[in-house]
Ligand binder design. Structure first.
Ligand SMILES: Cc1cc2nc3c(=O)[nH]c(=O)nc-3n(C[C@H](O)[C@H](O)[C@H](O)COP(=O)(O)OP(=O)(O)OC[C@H]3O[C@@H](n4cnc5c(N)ncnc54)[C@H](O)[C@@H]3O)c2cc1C
Length: 400
């Protein structure tokens, strides 16, 4: 709206579905297309033409109000343009995502861990075939230990990213996306298997895991779905791969080899194998121009998240003092870091060439470049490490 040649306000029109607290808030931040580009506006509930929609009947987080919003020519004064300059909306949104994605990552981590804890406690009381479920490897090593490991890898990554943000770093969108994607997917899978771990009881409303499973699912959807995260992660790191001519992950792998020489207990060797396999897969994708296939780019996003968590977890597990949020001793956390890094290396070395072959006529020298022989050799000790983690989980989360 222009008066005497000057912008005095804006008439905003449009609809937006799925707004948390949409039906109950007094103040809304709305991204709208201004003449100068996408811009954020503060919209007040009582402004004319603004109508919140009905509360959605949802699968989970049922106490959280979610409603659509409708704006029909809502007059918003110029003072309500956030940042006072038009066209900065997408950059502002990206900057906020750096924090909010980390926040949702923490939701996934916390809810996922609650489900695992419930399962660990339950498994010590439930007697089957002459002993507690917590003593049965087929149960613990499938339904509990892998989830605890993935959640701790995500924790290490979240904390590393949070510390960097606290240290004043900017532009950590890729890291925020890796944290969100990894923690929420790990938490969601953990909650799913916690239901399985409780058997029939897990399927009832008398036990909390059923509710956790419903509540946690949203973390894989809002603030950017897991698929959009895979795309974002791929885009961010693909640029690094091109800019450094493939050295980006090879350099970190060198760092991991040096860490392994100093401390052979934190999975750094396997993390290095994962990173080198990733660099080789990315380079083969570049040579064969395979990123024209969207499925390849999304899978690369997943491999990147695995390899980055592996090295960040190894580095964190090698520290003299762990963060106060870590509830395990050095022995347990280092075993978890080893398990995660082995899994990451195996996933990338096995699935990477398969993905390349699936989208092309051949995988070239990729089979030897991913070094499957060493990746397999690095699996030695896996069962013993999982036994150790299962025992530590029992000690840490005793039956009530
Ligand atoms: C409970 C709840 C609360 C929410 N709160 C807010 C809020 O406060 N503020 C807000 O702005 N939004 C909010 N949202 C919106 C939320 O962020 C979106 O629902 C989410 O980003 C997914 O968008 P969509 O629903 O349009 O799904 P779509 O984008 O249609 O996605 C559907 C499926 O397609 C996939 N997909 C989408 N694009 C592509 C692509 N290019 N290539 C391949 N696959 C693709 C997705 O990953 C997904 O699996 C909320 C949603 C819910 C359910």
């Amino acid at each position: 709206v222009v008066k005497n040649g000057k912008i005095v306000g804006y008439n905003v029109t449009g609809n937006k579905q799925w707004i948390s607290n949409g039906g109950v808030a007094d103040l809304y931040t709305v991204l709208a297309l201004a003449p100068g580009g996408p811009s954020w506006f503060l919209v007040e509930r009582n402004m004319e033409g603004f109508v919140p929609g009905k509360h959605e009947d949802k699968h989970g987080i049922r106490l959280s109000n979610t409603a659509g919003l409708s704006l029909d020519g809502v007059y918003v004064p110029k003072e309500n343009l956030i940042g006072e300059v038009e066209g900065r909306g997408l950059l502002q949104a990206q900057a906020v995502f750096g924090y909010t994605r980390l926040m949702v990552a923490a939701f996934g981590l916390g809810a996922g861990w609650e489900a695992v804890e419930q399962a660990v406690r339950y498994s010590q009381q439930r007697i089957q075939a002459g002993g507690p479920l917590s003593d049965k490897q087929g149960y613990t090593h499938k339904l509990i230990v892998p989830h605890a490991v993935r959640l701790e890898a995500a924790r290490a990554y979240i904390e590393e990213t949070a510390n960097r943000l606290d240290g004043g770093e900017h532009g950590l969108q890729t890291e925020g996306s890796i944290a969100k994607y990894s923690a929420t997917e790990a938490g969601n899978r953990a909650a799913e298997d916690a239901i399985q771990a409780l058997g029939g009881y897990g399927y009832t409303r008398d036990f909390p895991v059923e509710k956790i499973k419903r509540d946690i699912k949203i973390t894989c959807i809002y603030e950017g779905t897991s698929e959009i995260m895979e795309m974002t992660i791929y885009r961010g790191r693909w640029q690094e791969h091109l800019k450094t001519r493939g050295r980006y992950y090879a350099d970190i792998a060198d760092r991991m080899d040096a860490l392994h020489d100093r401390n052979p207990n934190v999975g750094a060797r396997s993390a290095g194998l994962a990173l080198r396999a990733l660099a080789a897969v990315m380079e083969e994708c570049r040579l064969q121009k395979l990123t024209r296939h969207q499925t390849v780019t999304f899978k690369l996003g997943r491999f990147i998240a695995l390899a980055e968590q592996a090295y960040v977890f190894s580095e964190a597990a090698a520290k003299e003092k762990y963060s106060e949020s870590v509830r395990f001793d050095v022995q347990a956390w280092q075993a978890m870091a080893r398990i995660f890094a082995r899994d990451a290396a195996l996933a990338i070395a096995a699935e990477g060439p398969a993905m390349v072959l699936g989208a092309s006529d051949g995988a070239g020298g990729l089979y030897s470049a991913v070094n499957m022989e060493e990746v397999q050799a690095a699996q030695k000790g896996m069962t013993a490490d999982m036994d150790l983690v299962a025992a530590k989980l029992k000690q840490t989360f005793k039956a009530k």
